[in-house]
Design a protein around this ligand. Structure first.
Ligand SMILES: Nc1ncnc2c1ncn2[C@@H]1O[C@H](COP(=O)(O)OP(=O)(O)O)[C@@H](O)[C@H]1O
Ligand SMILES: [Mg+2]
Length: 380
């Protein structure tokens, strides 16, 4: 038996009607797009129904259109509507205004007209028409590279460059996050941002490393399964910093609503110790990690952090006895020699770094912006 249930299909008509923004049409699952176009054309008294078609449009959080798809005449708009995410359908009514909006639009059927009349048309007009779809508009940035209308190496890099220039260092490729190292401080990691990105879907807010941490955390709680975040990039690209931001957010999440316990502090405090013993100045990065790291954060069922395991591997041991030009030994030696008290110096017979061959090959005993005394105090 045919599914006779009636559904409401809202079709936005834009400039096609001076009176209505959208029309609500009753339809069944079997009603075709062509039938709905006919029905609206009738209501709006449009002379040529065949000149119109339906399009499915997905808008982003600012209400700008970002994806649109033409519905074939025999497609079933009710079925299309039923595929839209529930949350997105609700967003239209609850007025949250942050989520993606899905809509059906009635628009001029451009493509068919173009094909049938193309011979009569000026080639320049055709080129202009296609260039609108085929070339990425220069004035637009896409927070997700999957949204690029035309995906080539050039448009991809162009989009990243444009975003970086306007202060956006993060861009998604679906659930992958690309981070461009700004080499300067951005005030986007404070508690306000931790809160902002909690329990949000990735596409709700501008891309951010906290959003990724949050997505993994929520998925772990929801599915009860281990989650994994892989961070990769060339030296100096920001892996260590990103890991710290991730850990920061993951431990902050676990804090929520629960009594602050010392486990989070212990996990975060391990960072400076690991970095003192495993990081050093290289030609390109003043704080280069010279080892690989696998961090496992364990949670209780209620989402609180239970503990963490850090596995270290492949430490660059040769650095202890020889370093390349412009490079240093591991930070910890310089921190010790700078930060030890008079008493400790005497007991351990410590000398200034310049007196040790293993430490003085680079003649770089202090680093700009690093307070070795303070770093030493963090190791205790
Ligand atoms: N998100 C960021 N914001 C600001 N500066 C950053 C960021 N990521 C990296 N940096 C800067 O770049 C330097 C190198 O980053 P780092 O994480 O050590 O690289 P990697 O671990 O990939 O070799 C850092 O010391 C820091 O100054
Ligand atoms: Mg590193």
């Amino acid at each position: 038996m045919a599914d006779e249930q009636r559904y409401i299909v809202d079709v936005f008509v834009g400039a096609l009607s001076p009176h209505y923004e959208a029309l609500s049409i009753q339809a069944s699952k079997a009603t075709s797009a062509a039938e709905i176009v006919l029905c609206i054309a009738d209501k709006l008294q449009l002379a040529e129904p065949a000149a119109f078609e339906l399009a499915e449009v997905v808008g982003d959080e600012q209400g700008r259109e970002c994806k649109e798809r033409r519905l074939a005449p025999d497609e079933r708009p009710v079925a299309v509507q039923l595929l839209w995410p529930r949350a997105a359908a609700a967003a239209a009514t609850d007025g949250a205004g942050h989520q993606q909006e899905y809509r059906l639009y009635l628009r001029d059927k451009l493509s068919d007209a173009l094909w049938t009349e193309s011979f009569a048309m000026d080639p320049q007009v055709i080129r202009d028409y296609f260039s609108r779809f085929m070339c990425q508009p220069r004035d637009r940035e896409y927070p997700d590279l999957c949204q690029l209308p035309d995906l080539t190496e050039e448009t991809l890099l162009g989009n990243l460059r444009a975003r970086f220039a306007s202060g956006h260092i993060y861009t998604y490729v679906n659930s992958i996050l690309i981070a461009l190292n700004p080499f300067k401080f951005y005030p986007i990691y404070n508690p306000k941002y931790v809160k902002l990105y909690q329990t949000r879907r990735l596409d709700e807010l501008p891309p951010h490393i906290f959003a990724l941490a949050d997505a993994a955390y929520q998925k772990m709680l929801r599915d009860g399964r281990n989650q994994c975040i892989v961070i990769s990039g060339e030296s100096g690209s920001g892996k260590t910093e990103s890991t710290n931001f991730l850990l920061h957010h993951l431990t902050a999440l676990s804090h929520k609503g629960a009594l602050a316990c010392g486990v989070e502090q212990t996990i975060l405090a391990a960072g400076p110790v690991l970095e003192a013993f495993g990081n050093s100045k290289t030609a390109h990065n003043n704080n280069s990690s010279r080892f690989g790291k696998f961090i496992q954060v364990n949670y209780k069922e209620n989402g609180q952090v239970h503990g963490a395991v850090v596995q270290k591997y492949l430490l660059e041991k040769s650095r202890i006895v020889s370093q390349a030009r412009n490079e240093r030994n591991y930070h910890v030696f310089y921190y010790l020699l700078e930060g030890a008290s008079e008493e400790e110096r005497r007991q351990l017979h410590l000398l200034p770094p310049s007196q040790y061959r293993y430490l003085s090959q680079s003649e770089c005993n202090s680093l700009e912006g690093v307070d070795a005394k303070y770093e030493f105090s963090r190791l205790n």
